[in-house]
Design a protein around this ligand. Structure first.
Ligand SMILES: [Zn+2]
Length: 418
């Protein structure tokens, strides 16, 4: 057994330490799943193991294998996740009146950011000799895990809220997973998955409580750091939407590691964005007492009433000198359309949420006009076409006659004749 670079699993609440070779999800000293564990590394060993060039050529997240908590002899289950483009976005920048780049994680193998984590989860489950892997999800994690389980030859069972978008329910079925559409909210689906894990001993990939798989989310931070080095500039802000909170926490941890190791000269501030109707992390970060456990937003990927990683997310915002903002659903839909129409990048509502957040933060004076911003699109738009219909107002219906086209574009025909 060699995982020399991983030292312990440390409880984020009481600091108790656990053996990283043990399958343990949360610290048993606390109620429920409150005692979230964090993977700790020996960075001298990590640094010695890491010999890649930070030249911006990234074909997958496994370029950063030295940083990932897998055994050296484990065979990696991968579909080449990560290595996503960081695009200049001149049209979007103009619309937001601040220089903006887009990290397009919607182009991961199953169409979402979570592939980074699923690859780790399935690699570890397989190495542990597990045959069944499960998760609860608002949709994307389920589709992602199902794909990687299929790739790794594991059985997969997923718990999703019954009203998840149709595209997200179809995808895991094609990957051969058992899809359990729970008649209830995401929070209820989550609780049921936890109960079933206890009862049946399945390997649970739930991002918020599985301390390992969330570590895959760091690679987006590693990539942003490497892309900063290659471009010769570090963004002032990196913006993510927040559901359970582990994505922004993972991204920050990854970037901070490269900064702490002097691989990159500066670190960005993190801006976390939530929908008005699902604002628990924002409320906690700003010290609001009346935190409501509601989750009302069309951005289904971040419709979380009781985030499991509030602590880690708030720490990322605080350590980086960042903050959080809230946006309305209408602004999210407008942002989805804005990104698609200015840059040709089709994102799902949760992926458009950071753009709406930049708009809000610009208006509030949080982001200055002379700063540089990276927004992360975390999911591909085709997963949820219903919201796009709302955002765009739909198509032109025409009869199959040229007169109908003339009615629309007649002026252009006249101009072409001249
Ligand atoms: Zn503890």
């Amino acid at each position: 057994m060699t995982m020399d670079h991983v030292t312990t699993l440390e409880c984020t609440l009481c600091g108790a330490e656990y053996d990283p070779d043990q399958v343990i999800y949360t610290c048993p000293e606390h109620d429920g799943v409150e005692g979230i564990l964090e993977v700790k590394y020996d960075y001298d060993v990590v640094h010695d193991r890491f010999d890649a060039e930070l030249d911006g050529n990234i074909t997958s997240q496994w370029k950063y294998e030295a940083f990932l908590p897998v055994h050296e002899e484990a065979s990696v289950v991968t579909l080449n996740e990560g290595g996503t483009d960081l695009f200049d976005a001149p049209g979007l920048s103009e619309a937001l009146s601040v220089r903006t780049l887009v990290k397009d994680d919607g182009r991961n193998p199953t169409g979402c950011f979570k592939d980074r984590a699923s690859s780790i989860a399935v690699t570890k489950a397989k190495h542990d000799g597990r045959e069944i892997i499960i998760c609860a999800s608002t949709g994307n994690a389920a589709a992602s895990l199902s794909g990687y389980a299929a790739r790794g030859g594991l059985d997969c069972r997923i718990f999703v809220p019954g009203d998840a978008p149709a595209g997200k329910l179809a995808q895991p079925l094609v990957y051969g997973a058992d899809v359990l559409a729970v008649d209830g909210s995401y929070d209820e689906a989550y609780d049921l998955s936890m109960e079933a894990t206890g009862e049946y001993g399945w390997y649970n990939r739930n991002a918020a409580i599985n301390p390992f798989q969330v570590e895959g989310k760091r690679t987006v931070g590693h990539e942003l750091a490497e892309q900063s080095v290659a471009r010769g500039e570090v963004p002032d802000w990196v913006v993510f939407s927040m559901g359970d909170g582990c994505t922004i926490a993972g991204a920050w941890k990854g970037f901070r590691e490269f900064y702490d190791l002097d691989y990159v000269e500066d670190a960005p501030k993190m801006l976390g964005v939530q929908a008005e109707g699902a604002s628990a992390i924002h409320d906690a970060f700003h010290g609001h007492d009346d935190v409501e456990e509601i989750a009302q937003t069309l951005a289904d990927s971040i419709a979380v009433g009781r985030p499991r990683n509030t602590l880690k997310a708030c720490r990322a915002l605080e350590e980086s000198g960042g903050t959080s903002v809230l946006v309305e659903d209408e602004a999210i839909l407008e942002a989805e359309l804005l990104l698609g129409s200015t840059e040709g990048i089709y994102t799902e509502p949760a992926g458009a949420t950071p753009i709406a957040g930049v708009q809000t933060a610009r208006e509030a004076g949080i982001i200055g006009a002379d700063e540089t911003v990276v927004v992360c699109s975390t999911g591909f738009g085709l997963k949820d076409t219903e919201s796009a219909k709302q955002a765009t107002g739909g198509v032109n219906r025409v009869e199959p006659r040229i007169e109908e086209i003339n009615e629309l574009y007649g002026d252009e025909a006249a101009a072409a004749d001249d």
